[in-house]
Structure formats: C-alpha cells, structure tokens
Design a protein around this ligand. Structure first.
Ligand SMILES: NC(=O)C1=CN([C@@H]2O[C@H](COP(=O)(O)OP(=O)(O)OC[C@H]3O[C@@H](n4cnc5c(N)ncnc54)[C@H](OP(=O)(O)O)[C@@H]3O)[C@@H](O)[C@H]2O)C=CC1
Ligand SMILES: CC(=O)[C@@H](O)[C@H](O)COP(=O)(O)O
Ligand SMILES: [Mn+2]
Length: 399
C-alpha cells in the first residue's frame, strides 16, 4: 500500500486518478489532496476518501473548507501554508505524487516531490516545459521515479524498450534503435474550419475538444495546438530527443496516442479509447496492468484512421513552441507564461482566439537570451513575462 498525494485533486486528472484509486483500493492510500478554490468538490472528496491531509492554495477557500470540515464526518488535517505543504510532500508520509495542478502553479510542489526522490506521476507538463534540464537533473540526483502520465508520453513510454524506460531523461534513443518519436495530436476542434473564421472563434467553441474531456486550459491549448507544442518540449526532455528524433503528426481520431519508429522500419503504437484513466492506471500499476474502468476499443465501429502534417498557418502556437524548445529554458518559460495569460484573457473575452499566438510571439520577441541555473530565475522570468503580456493586453497593443 503506497501513500498517495494528489496535487490538483478537484480537476479532470484528479477525478480520473481518484477513479483508478476506487478501482484498486488495495494499492493506494489517499493521504493528501491539494487544490485551489473548489471547496465543495474538495469537501466531497474528503468525505469519501478521508485523506490524512488536505490543502487549498487559496486562503479564502482554505478557511471555508476548514469550517465545513468541522461539521463533517472527516478528520483531515488542513495544511495552511505553502512551506508546510512542501515539507509534507518531502516527508516519509508520502510515497507517490500525482502532479496534476494546471500550469506553472504546479512547479514548486512537483519539484519538491522530485527533489525528495518520490515516485512522480507527471501530468503537469508545464512544470517540465519551464524547468527542463533542472527538472531532469533533480530526478537524477534524487533517484525519483518519473512516470509520464500525459497520454502521448505514456504511449511513447509503453512503446520503448525496458532499457529506455529505465533511463527517462537520459535515453539513448539511437543506441536502442529508435529513429523517431511520432507525437500524435488531434488538431483540436478547428482542424477543418476556414482560417477566415478564426478571429471570431468563441471560448465555448474552442473548449469543445472533439475527443477528450479535459480542463479548460488544456482544452484551449489543444485548439491552438499549443498543447502539442508543450508536449513537444515535454518529449524532448523526457526522452532526451533531438530535433531530428521528434515529429508531430495530426491524427484526428485520437485512437493512436503516439508511436515510436525504429531503424528497422517497425513502428510501435499505443492505442485505446481517449480516456485518461488508461495512462493513469498504467503508471499507478507501476507498469503492470491494473483495472482502469476504461472499455475496450471497438475496431468494427471505429472511424477510419487518418494522418496529416500540421499546418503552421493554422497552428502558429505549435511553431512558436517548437522554436522555443531550441532557444532555451528562458524561451520555454516565457512561452508557457504568456500562453497562460493569453488563455485566461481569451476565456474572459478580453482577447480574440487569434491574439493568443500574437501575444506569445510578441513577448518572446522582446525576450533576451539568459542562461538558467536556478528555479528562482525561472520564477522571475515567469512573472516578468506575465506582466509584459498583461501590459500588452491592457494597452490594447495587439492587432
Ligand atoms: N485533463 C487531461 O485529460 C490532461 C491533463 N494534463 C495536464 O494535467 C494538468 C491538469 O489538467 P486538468 O486536470 O485538465 O486541469 P483542471 O483545470 O481540470 O484542474 C486543475 C486542478 O489544479 C488545481 N489548481 C489550480 N491552481 C492551483 C494552485 N495554485 N494550487 C493548487 N491547486 C491548483 C485546481 O483546483 P481548483 O479546482 O480548486 O481550482 C484543480 O484541482 C495540466 O497540466 C494539464 O496540461 C495532461 C494530459 C491530459
Ligand atoms: C489527453 C491528453 O493527453 C491531451 O493532452 C490530449 O492529447 C489533447 O488532445 P490534442 O491531441 O488535441 O492536443
Ligand atoms: Mn496529451
């Protein structure tokens, strides 16, 4: 029985993780649940799982939850400050951590767990996009076991040889006969929409992913294909892949979750219904197969598979992310930070869909190259980039 912390417990990945816990009660003890503002959802989870500890990053939500917990049958202890949360994550009360906070807000907690050598189930791709080399170095130093949860990276992991699975972050792809990682993406809801209609795309249209049910931010990222850009950077770090070893392929059906191509011509793909409980069960089972609650693929009623190359005119965010990947960690941190501001602004009706990429591009263009050697530098770059982006929105500097 492992003690599990779920960071982002009230979100989409949090819900899928808890569903896998329900299907496998003998494997995990839900010890710590962390979220931000969703008090009522958290109260329900506390009532069901009775975690030893619970934390809400928003102080108002934390005190509201404290009050409600007093009148409940659950005796979870509320962790009230960030430092205490980081210490708990690093303590021997926690064995495994599902890192599923959305955005750069997940960086500190995820890294704290990495530094303490925990078993890490990584959904929070933004933390790896921001901290890249520092993250991978911390994994190596602490001996943390890093499991990719993101459906594509989990698929790639499953298609790799045991030697490569054991060397996440330091894979010798060529040495093990891998010629390319083929990262698949659906293309989102606007794959076939006329480009002339893009400026009038609404949040309600953009949030409707054709295949996956996910949180708001990642759904918008899928629509711009910034999600695939972030995943490209994520794959670069997880699998130590060079530019020549990474290719993005649009596969609108989201049945193949990604593939690995070998030098002998073989291509190994992982397939399944688009349901995150499959990769989550894979990592929570430690690579062995456990119940996920996901049904089998029905090959006779599945649509035909199709594949195409991404068009950067339709998906400028993908190109920006692929370029930032080779500019360095300052660039990937700015890309991620500005994208977070832009997605928020789009969801609030303050900018157009087409202005998401414009904003990211503008702030990246005014970013100076910087060598990164500490997380504090990344956090400073993150704040500066967000300020610059907000400033551009307020001054109405976008076309
Ligand atoms: N959803 C999916 O299918 C997939 C998601 N991912 C990645 O997983 C991560 C989570 O995505 P998803 O579950 O969709 O997102 P959701 O928006 O559904 O959930 C986000 C979670 O993060 C919590 N949260 C937000 N800010 C903070 C904070 N500052 N401190 C603590 N908790 C916080 C939210 O709490 P609250 O509810 O209280 O606001 C919520 O529990 C993202 O990085 C995403 O890219 C990767 C692959 C697939
Ligand atoms: C489920 C998952 O891993 C998401 O990242 C998903 O891949 C999003 O779909 P897109 O392929 O449209 O980005
Ligand atoms: Mn994904």
């Amino acid at each position: 029985m492992k003690n599990l912390a779920i960071l982002g417990a009230t979100g989409s990945i949090g819900a899928s993780t808890l569903s896998v816990c329900r299907s496998n009660p003998e494997r995990y003890n839900v010890t710590l649940l962390v979220a931000s503002k969703s008090v009522d959802k958290m109260l329900l989870l506390c009532t069901e799982f009775n975690p030893t500890y619970v934390a809400m990053s928003c102080p108002v939500a934390a005190s509201e939850l404290a009050n409600k917990l007093k009148h409940s049958n659950c005796n979870s202890q509320l962790i009230n400050d960030e430092q205490a949360l980081l210490q708990l994550l690093q303590s021997n009360e926690i064995d495994a951590v599902m890192a599923a906070i959305v955005g750069g807000a997940g960086l500190k907690t995820t890294l704290a767990a990495v530094e303490a050598g925990k078993e890490i189930f990584l959904a929070n791709k933004e933390s790896l996009v921001m901290s890249g080399q520092l993250f991978i170095d911390a994994v190596k130093k602490s001996g943390a076991k890093l499991w990719p949860v993101d459906s594509e990276h989990n698929a790639i992991y499953q298609a790799l040889s045991p030697a490569l699975q054991e060397s996440i972050g330091h894979c010798d792809l060529r040495g093990e006969g891998v010629s390319k990682i083929l990262l698949t993406g659906s293309g989102g809801p606007f794959l076939n929409k006329s480009l002339s209609e893009f400026p009038t795309i609404t949040p309600a249209q953009a949030i409707k992913h054709p295949n996956w049910s996910m949180g708001q931010k990642i759904s918008i990222d899928s629509a711009t294909m910034m999600n695939k850009g972030l995943e490209y950077i994520e794959a670069r770090w997880l699998f130590n892949a060079s530019r020549e070893q990474l290719q993005v392929i649009i596969h609108p059906q989201s049945v193949i979750h990604s593939m690995v191509q070998y030098i002998d011509g073989s291509v190994i793909a992982q397939m399944g219904n688009p349901d995150m409980r499959t990769p989550i069960a894979h990592v929570m089972g430690g690579g062995t197969r456990i119940e996920s609650g996901v049904g089998h693929l029905d090959f006779f009623s599945s649509p035909e598979f199709s594949f195409m190359a991404p068009d950067f005119e339709r998906y400028p965010c993908l190109k920006l992310a692929m370029d930032a990947c080779y500019q360095g960690q300052h660039a990937t941190t700015v890309l991620n930070a500005v994208n977070e501001v832009a997605v928020d602004a789009f969801l609030s009706g303050n900018i157009k869909f087409t202005q998401i990429s414009q904003l990211v591009d503008r702030v990246l263009q005014q970013t100076e190259t910087r060598e990164i050697s500490a997380i504090e530098q990344l956090l400073e770059i993150d704040t500066q980039a967000k300020d610059a982006a907000l400033n551009m929105i307020q001054r109405d500097l976008l076309c």
